[in-house]
Structures are given as C-alpha cells and as structure tokens.
Design a protein around this ligand. Structure first.
Ligand SMILES: Cc1cc2nc3c(=O)[nH]c(=O)nc-3n(C[C@H](O)[C@H](O)[C@H](O)COP(=O)(O)OP(=O)(O)OC[C@H]3O[C@@H](n4cnc5c(N)ncnc54)[C@H](O)[C@@H]3O)c2cc1C
Length: 405
C-alpha cells in the first residue's frame, strides 16, 4: 500500500463518523437525513420541547424537488404537496395579467422535476418520518446548544442542561439567530430590512368559488406584493402579503398575532379582486423579515470542524422562494462531502462550503433584487410591467437556479 493510501486509511480510522446537528428545522432534518444516508451517525439537538412547525406554506422549485426525490421522498411528496400548472404575475393596482410562466410539464421537461407547493409542517413531517426509519439518527428535544469547543481531532458541544457531546463535526442548522454562527463568526445580528410578512392558510372550500385557485399568483404593487398558491394537494390556499413596516417587540420569535385590519388598510388601494381575497381571510400571522448580506466566502459556511447550513449560513428575503430550498440543497451537498472518505473531517466541510457558498450568495442577491422590482413604483414599475408583458416566461424563468445545483 502506498504511503498516501496508508495516510488516508489512518485518517479514516481516526474518525468515528459522528455528526452533531444543532436545530431540527427543515434544514437540520434534511441535513440529518443526508448525513445518515452517507453512512454517518447523527445526533440532532433541538431547543424546542416539541416539534410544532409553523402553519405556513412554502414553494419548492424543481431544483429542490429533485433533491427530495433523491432522498427517496418522491411518493410522500406526491401524497401531500400541490403541483401548480402555472405562475401568473398580476399588477396589484389594476389587476391586469403581466406575465405567465408555465410550470407543471414544462418544469419536468426542462428541469427534470415539477414545481411544488407544500405546507411547511407536511414537509417537516416527511423528513421526520424518513429519519424515524434510520437507526443511526437520534433527535433530542428541549436541548439548547449554547457552546462548542474544538480540539485537533474532535468538536464538543454543550447544551443548557450541561450535556457535553463529542463528535467529528458540528453543523449549525439553528436558523436565523444561530448560536453556532455567533460562536463561529461573531458577526452581529441579522438585518431588519423593514418588510413585514402577513401569512394565512385557509381551506379552499371555505372560500367563495371565485377566490379558489390552483396556480401560483404573484400580485405586484408599490411597496407591497402578495403571493397565493395551493398546498395540501390543492385543498388549502396559502397567502402571503408583504408590506413595508416595522413590528414592535421580540424579533427572535418567528411569528406574531396579526391585526387583519392593518393589512386591509395597507391593501386599501389595490384592485377589488385582491382586496376581496384579503378580506375573505379572517386570521393572519405576522413575521418581521430579516436577512444578511450575501455571503462573501466559504469561510462563512465552514471553519475547522464546524459548518453552517440553511438560514444559519445564508438567511435571505423570501422573494425568490428559496430559503428552505437552499437549506435542502446544503443538506444534500453536506451528505456528499461527508462521504468523501479520502479527506479529513475539516477537508470534507471545506469541500461542502466551497460547493455551496457562491450559489447561496447568488440566491441571496437575487432575492434582494426581486424585492426592489416587486415593490417598484413610478418609472421602474412601468418598465417592469412592460418587460413582463413583452418577455413573459423569459424573465420569469430562472434556469441557472432550477437546473442547479
Ligand atoms: C414569509 C416567508 C416566506 C417564505 N417562503 C419560502 C418559500 O416559498 N420557499 C422556501 O424555500 N423558503 C421560504 N421561506 C424561507 C424558509 O422558511 C427558511 O429559509 C427555512 O425555513 C430555514 O430553515 P432552517 O432549518 O435553516 O431554519 P429554521 O426553520 O429557523 O430552523 C432552525 C431550528 O433550530 C432550532 N434552534 C435555534 N437555536 C437553537 C439552539 N441554540 N440549539 C438547538 N436548536 C436551536 C429552532 O428551534 C428551529 O427548530 C420563507 C420565509 C418567510 C419568512
């Protein structure tokens, strides 16, 4: 055996192939699944005492559906998601259709998978059920990761109850306010761009027929936009309305009770069909959106034996509908990188970070740009509407995103 092969074998033997994951959101669970499929033992630490996923929908592009299918979740996804046939963009003031992007069959033909829309809780449950089938994954609830320390051969995390656990690598999938990020990068709090998201979900059967819909519709207006799409096999309608503004109180908690009257007021100058939809939904939840500037290098996603995944690494504005998508793509790449047995633990995490950060930075930047275009007024709004009418699907499609990673 050559000296190099002997060295690789020695590195491999030194590793117990154990990964610790902080956070059991969509990113943490997808990460656990990918690492377990790569032959690693996984321990997930979640600060919440029980896993109750927020009641909101998410869109998952074909780039993400492909990854989920690769995890063996195709049939489960078909059972719970909706697969809208088209994305329609409308002017929120006049109601006029500005452009259409066919999804469905076109998405399968061009990108190898459909465009899906799903209740977050359903996606979370699919991932959890897949993990329950795997004997090498342990999930600890009520376990708040507060610290970690590295030695040349290990990383050890500490939880609030004083538990100390050692492994080869640690992954911070602990979301927007990530403690692991704070310890690794110490780069301050996320930004608050001054955008509020009102979210609601209703059974379509409870809506008047004219408001039911099986497509994705984005309504664009000055300083606001609204997106609606079906979830739960099309039986429910998810609506998210974004307006400019601030909330008082705790930003760390995900959602707040919303005052529906505030939202109706903010939508007061929009077209009657949109006002009709907003008025038909009695209960809303409110999120203050936060993000960070696009990543600048792989060092922001992994250092030594510690890596970040999902919102912990690259929180973004939801204007490309890819935050959870990027977390799931991260998970896939993490699994692939950890499977590279000729590399040390640190090298595997570097491989992961090198393969992820530029794409995530591009999605973060594009999400910010989309927000400006969606909420434009004056000449920019006029130019946007004219471009959408003229070029339609050519500007609405995002081939580099949907065909990747
Ligand atoms: C209005 C809105 C619309 C969106 N729409 C879309 C969309 O259409 N498509 C899309 O792909 N994405 C969308 N997103 C983004 C998406 O929701 C997030 O990017 C995604 O949920 C991030 O997942 P995550 O697992 O990285 O983080 P999180 O979901 O925040 O999970 C982090 C987990 O870590 C736990 N945790 C935190 N700190 C600790 C600790 N110290 N120790 C242990 N556990 C800890 C938390 O309790 C939580 O369970 C949207 C977001 C918003 C706000």
């Amino acid at each position: 055996m050559s000296a190099r092969r002997l060295g690789e074998a020695a590195k491999f033997l030194r590793m117990s192939k154990q990964v610790l994951i902080a956070g059991a959101g969509i990113g943490g669970l997808a990460g656990a699944l990918a690492c377990s499929r790569a032959g690693w033992k996984v321990r997930v630490f979640e600060r919440a005492a029980e896993l109750s996923e927020v009641g909101a929908g998410i869109q998952i592009g074909p780039n993400v559906v492909r990854v989920l299918r690769g995890f063996g979740l195709e049939a489960d996804l078909e059972r719970v998601a909706a697969f809208p046939g088209r994305l329609q963009v409308r002017n929120a003031l006049s109601g006029a259709e500005l452009g259409v992007l066919p999804l469905g069959e076109r998405s399968v033909r061009l990108y190898g998978a459909p465009y899906a829309t799903i209740h977050r809780a359903d996606l979370h449950r699919l991932l959890l059920e897949a993990l329950e089938q795997r004997s090498d994954v342990r999930l600890g609830l009520g376990s708040w990761v507060v610290n970690f320390r590295e030695t040349p051969h290990t990383v050890t995390l500490t939880t609030t109850e004083g538990l100390e656990v050692e492994a080869d690598v640690l992954v911070g999938a602990d979301g927007l306010w990530s403690r692991v990020r704070e310890l690794m990068l110490n780069d301050g709090a996320p930004r608050v761009p001054g955008h509020l998201a009102y979210r609601a979900m209703v059974p379509q059967a409870r809506l008047p027929e004219r408001l039911r819909s099986q497509q994705v519709t984005a309504w664009l207006g000055p300083r606001l936009h609204v997106v609606q799409y079906p979830v739960r096999r099309g039986e429910w309608l998810n609506v998210v309305a974004i307006v400019h503004g601030q909330v008082d109180g705790e930003l760390h908690s995900w959602d707040h009770d919303a005052n529906a009257a505030d939202l109706r007021k903010a939508m007061g100058h929009t077209c009657p069909p949109l006002q009709d939809l907003i008025a038909a939904i009695p209960e809303w939840r409110l999120w203050a959106l936060c993000d960070r500037p696009p990543m600048k290098g792989a060092w922001q996603q992994a250092q030594g034996r510690v890596a970040l995944l999902g919102d912990a690494a690259h929180p973004m504005r939801p204007y490309l509908a890819q935050g959870a998508g990027m977390a799931i793509e991260d998970a896939h790449e993490l699994g692939r990188s950890l499977a590279l047995d000729s590399l040390t633990a640190g090298e595997r995490l570097q491989h992961y970070a090198q393969n992820r950060w530029q794409r995530c930075a591009r999605v973060q930047a594009r999400s910010i740009r989309n927000g400006g275009i969606f909420h434009a007024d004056g000449l920019v709004r006029w130019g946007r509407d004219a471009t959408l009418k003229l070029l339609g699907e050519r500007v609405l499609d995002v081939p580099w995103l949907y065909a990747g990673p």
